[in-house]
Design a protein around this ligand. Structure first.
Ligand code: ADP
Length: 537
């Protein structure tokens, strides 16, 4: 017997419609690429998105057509999110840090019909333009009259938004319709497309607002440093409108000083991003000897956060750090770390091992760890295995790939190795391809990196496995120093001696000026493995 309740489709347009009715004057603040600050609000966002939708329909854009964006976090990019998906087309966010070759591959694979881009990226667009097979029009998203005049392939963005919208309402269609497309960064093989639906996006947005997830409140001021081309800025453009919080978009100025000034001026209470972006902010906070005044929480995910980073935020400035984990294939949120009340009385040093874990599963995401043969492992915080996930906002198939992305039992294998403890805290010990297999033991490169950055002389650290005739693999520690002090391997290992098993100590250390950072802000271990492939230890 079916229930007898309405079956209203969960559409992305409902998010902005709601915000424009109930939080109409809540601000959206953008640092434009020219550097000035632009103020908008949810009512204006709804109106301009509708105008854009009408402009797209007039251009002949149909349901299911892919429309690419190559842009930073701004209010204009938000209009594209809503205007494109709102009419059933697919908003395909392109990672602007990818090489020309990767972008050409992805755009041709997605068969994008239009390409919207930030003017500052014009030369990139010009470089790839001759190789794009499906793109009909290129549309810079700020003042661009000159471009339209010189080349008929360009369109003026504001001209697209001149339609009258008095008779336009967001169309209603099947909630399973595709809404947005994001390619994985291709660290393993060619990039693959993850195609989110309206339903998955809306459910993920609702779950993100929950108190034990991002706990977004109407009083919050939210700044996504994580780019809108990195898994839809972790869903912030969709979750913030229904929470009614104020949204602050940093544009392309993500250095410590610019972030600090914007956060300070706009009273940002919560900011989100990968670990590397916080180093610059923390250094600037040290310089100013204070935090951006309203900052309460930072959500750090995408790569493991170190104890020293948590300490700098929490001890030095009283800003709470929440570790989080997810992936492109998971829309992206999988777990988020908040302490269960029973841990509140623990000392700081007893709390730390719990805080360093990626977090507890949130409603909607099932987690399981299994051994190499697929047998489920106990949730004892010690057994580590392949991390599998299942849930309503997790991928089933990659775009244009016939083969299911799931195991025969319907789980998605994340490629991560993890433990889960009896309280449900999941801890990533490694990516399956990064774990160092030494003798019979698995050495977690992530754990080793985390303790290494706790040393005073170490700014950043990466660990890779190097071939060893007896042990099969041994760890090489590659560090960026903080200053001129370059401690020896013995000194570093002495520092590590009460923190990790002796078997895990690195066999060698290399000091470098910088680590290779990929398009999503993470260290590219594949690159390091190439550089050190003939390294002898
Ligand atoms: P890509 O896989 O293309 O780098 P994703 O953003 O989808 O991009 O990355 C997901 C992966 O990033 C996860 O499978 C995991 O290995 C890693 N990751 C994400 N968050 C964390 C975290 N908090 N700690 C450790 N690793 C993380």
């Amino acid at each position: 017997m079916h229930g007898l309740m309405m079956n209203t489709p969960l559409l992305i347009s409902s998010l902005i419609k709601y915000a424009s009715q109930y939080h109409s004057d809540t601000q959206i603040v953008t640092r434009t690429l020219e550097g000035s600050i632009r103020f908008s609000n949810f009512e204006t966002l709804n109106e301009r998105s509708k105008k854009l939708a009408c402009g797209l329909l007039e251009l002949g854009i149909k349901s299911g057509d892919r429309i690419a964006t190559l842009a930073w976090n701004t209010d204009r990019h938000l209009e594209l999110y809503y205007g494109i998906s709102g009419i059933g087309a697919v908003c395909h966010t392109l990672n602007l840090r990818l090489s020309d070759e990767e972008l050409i591959y992805i755009i041709n694979h997605a068969e994008d019909r239009l390409l919207f881009f930030d003017n500052t990226l014009k030369s990139k667009v010009e470089n790839i333009k001759p190789y794009l097979k499906s793109v009909e029009k290129f549309i810079p998203i700020s003042k661009t009259k000159d471009l339209e005049d010189i080349d008929s392939h360009y369109l003026n963005y504001e001209n697209l938004l001149t339609r009258k919208i008095t008779n336009f309402d967001w169309p209603v269609f099947d909630e399973n319709q595709a809404a947005s497309l994001c390619y994985t960064s291709g660290t393993t093989g060619r990039p693959k497309g993850v195609l989110y639906s309206h339903r998955t996006t809306v459910i993920h947005a609702m779950a993100s607002c929950l108190n034990n997830v991002l706990a977004l409140r109407v009083e919050d001021v939210v700044l996504p440093v994580v780019p809108m081309f990195h898994v839809n800025a972790w869903g912030i453009p969709y979750s913030v409108p229904i929470s009614g919080a104020k949204l602050v978009m940093p544009g392309d100025k993500l250095d410590g000083k610019n972030l600090f000034d914007l956060m300070d001026k706009e009273n940002v209470t919560i900011a989100l991003g990968v670990p590397t972006v916080w180093l610059g902010l923390l250094d600037h906070m040290d310089k100013e000897a204070r935090k951006p005044h309203a900052l309460e929480r930072v959500i750090i995910g995408g790569a493991a956060v170190s104890e020293s980073m948590i300490d700098r935020f929490e001890i030095d400035y009283g800003v709470n750090v929440h570790h989080a984990w997810g992936m492109t294939e998971m829309s992206p949120i999988g777990v988020l770390n908040s302490l269960k009340p029973k841990f509140s009385k623990l000392t700081r040093s007893d709390k730390m091992p719990i805080k360093l874990k990626q977090g507890r599963g949130i409603y909607g995401v099932e987690l399981q760890i299994v051994d190499d043969d697929g047998n489920e492992l106990p949730r004892d915080g010690a057994s580590s295995g392949h991390l599998l996930v299942r849930g309503p906002w997790i991928i089933s198939n990659y775009y244009k790939e016939k083969k299911s992305a799931l195991t025969k039992d319907g789980w998605f294998d994340t490629g991560d190795i993890a433990t889960i403890d009896k309280d449900g805290y999941m801890n990533i010990t490694d990516r399956s391809k990064d774990i160092i297999k030494s003798g019979g033991e698995w050495i977690s490169s992530v754990a080793l990196e985390n303790v290494a950055v706790g040393h005073d002389a170490v700014l950043q650290a990466a660990v890779i496995g190097i071939y060893h005739p007896k042990w099969q693999e041994r760890p090489l520690l590659i560090c960026v120093p903080k200053g001129d002090n370059l401690p020896s391997l013995e000194e570093i290992n002495k520092f590590l001696s009460d923190k990790i098993p002796k078997m895990w100590f690195p066999d060698a250390i290399e000091w470098v000026d910088k680590l290779p950072i990929g398009a999503t802000g993470k260290v590219v271990k594949a690159e390091l493995r190439k550089i050190y492939k003939d390294y002898k230890i």
